[in-house]
Design a protein around this ligand. Structure first.
Ligand SMILES: Nc1ncnc2c1ncn2[C@@H]1O[C@H](COP(=O)(O)OP(=O)(O)OP(=O)(O)O)[C@@H](O)[C@H]1O
Ligand SMILES: [Mg+2]
Length: 342
């Protein structure tokens, strides 16, 4: 969304999460998007991040342009309905609206906006206004540059996930109906992001700060295991699955109820129900977790594979690795898919 330096046909989607850094390189070849590189590493302490990123990119032969994203409390987005107006007026109007809605000082933020919809039968438009703390963008650019890469695009996690969903589920043969309301729920380590979309139009976005970390802690304490041991257990719980579910039940309930509250808010504002939920993120890695979420969300809930429509360059990428971790790759894929939009 915040295009700093342009676009390219080959793009590394770089998701610097709070738990792991994911990098996926997508190359646009003859109309197809091909994964030409993939790597992931645990997030180290702040001062070691640039070298960890450099190591990751060297190990997986990744170089060139990077699309990255920001999230959390330094990002604010607002949905505005405005009367139609010429572009130069719109830019001014957005600045005026930002002064009203954004609680950061004007010189400390980067503002951008995207037209999401022209409302049929009226002279109105819908716009998403995004404000990001300048220090957060500077930090990303510094990190990417220090790792020897070239920052090209800075987006926002939630909208990158929406972009991945659009590419995989709303385009081409078998696309989902454009009038349905889909809630994308990405359960990361530190946060769960919720994006409610009608077709490819984002209508509501929010982050909730309950996610995989709570699960990790509950199971770590309850079973006396390290983070890595809990992750291995999440990937392959075998006959321990009931015990794990029992340990995370409280956090799962809290999270599910927060998400359900967002659905309720959406339903009262837009006067229509959320039709389906699509879950992603490492926090839902535990097999079968979506059935528990479904009960709390009270709508049909399924996992989705953000790499479903991508092709793979087998000489560069281990497809099994990508598929095993695909739930965690929604942000990175949505960012890298900008390669096909240049
Ligand atoms: N095999 C696994 N490898 C890594 N994390 C896993 C695995 N299985 C489950 N998890 C859990 O997934 C969570 C990390 O998910 P994810 O990678 O989506 O988060 P993140 O993007 O780094 O964080 P955030 O978006 O909140 O900043 C952790 O809480 C971790 O315990
Ligand atoms: Mg994340």
């Amino acid at each position: 969304m915040l295009s700093l330096f342009g676009k390219s046909r080959s793009m590394i989607g770089l998701d610097i999460g709070t738990y792991s850094i994911k990098a996926i390189e997508v190359t646009s070849r003859a109309g197809s998007l091909v994964v030409t590189g993939y790597g992931e590493t645990r997030v180290p302490a702040a001062e070691e991040r640039a070298s960890a990123l450099r190591q990751l990119t060297q190990q997986h032969h990744l170089s060139g342009l990077v699309a990255s994203s920001v999230s959390g409390r330094s990002v604010i987005s607002r949905y505005l309905t405005l009367e139609e107006m010429p572009d130069h007026e719109l830019a001014n109007r957005i600045r005026f609206e930002a002064d009203k809605y954004i609680p950061f000082e004007a010189d400390k933020v980067v503002l951008d906006y995207q037209l999401v919809q022209r409302l049929p039968d009226s002279k109105e438009i819908k716009v998403i206004l995004v404000a990001v703390k300048r220090s957060e963008i500077d930090e990303h650019v510094r990190l990417i540059t220090a790792a020897g890469l070239t920052p090209a695009i800075i987006d926002v996690d939630i909208f990158a996930i929406g972009n991945a969903f659009e590419m995989n589920k709303l385009m081409g043969p078998g696309a989902l109906p454009a009038d349905k309301v889909h809630a994308l729920v990405d359960i990361g380590a530190n946060k769960t992001s919720i994006n409610i979309m009608q077709g490819n139009v984002s209508q509501f976005a929010r982050e909730v700060y309950i996610a995989g970390n709570e699960f990790l802690e509950a199971v770590g304490k309850g079973m006396n295991l390290s983070d890595a041991e809990v992750d291995a257990l999440f990937d392959n719980p075998g006959d321990k699955v009931d015990e794990v579910i029992e340990l995370i039940a409280t956090a799962l309930d809290d999270l599910g109820n927060e998400v359900r509250l967002s659905f309720d808010y959406y339903e009262s504002q837009f006067d229509r129900p959320v039709d389906e939920a699509y879950v992603s993120g490492g926090g839902c890695q535990l097999p079968g977790l979506e059935r528990f979420l479904e009960r709390i969300f009270d709508v049909k809930t399924q996992r989705w594979d953000p790499t479903e429509r991508l092709q793979f360059s087998l000489e560069h990428v281990n497809v099994d690795d990508v598929k095993r971790n695909c739930s965690r790759l929604a942000v990175a894929v949505g960012l890298a898919a900008r390669a096909g939009m240049g």
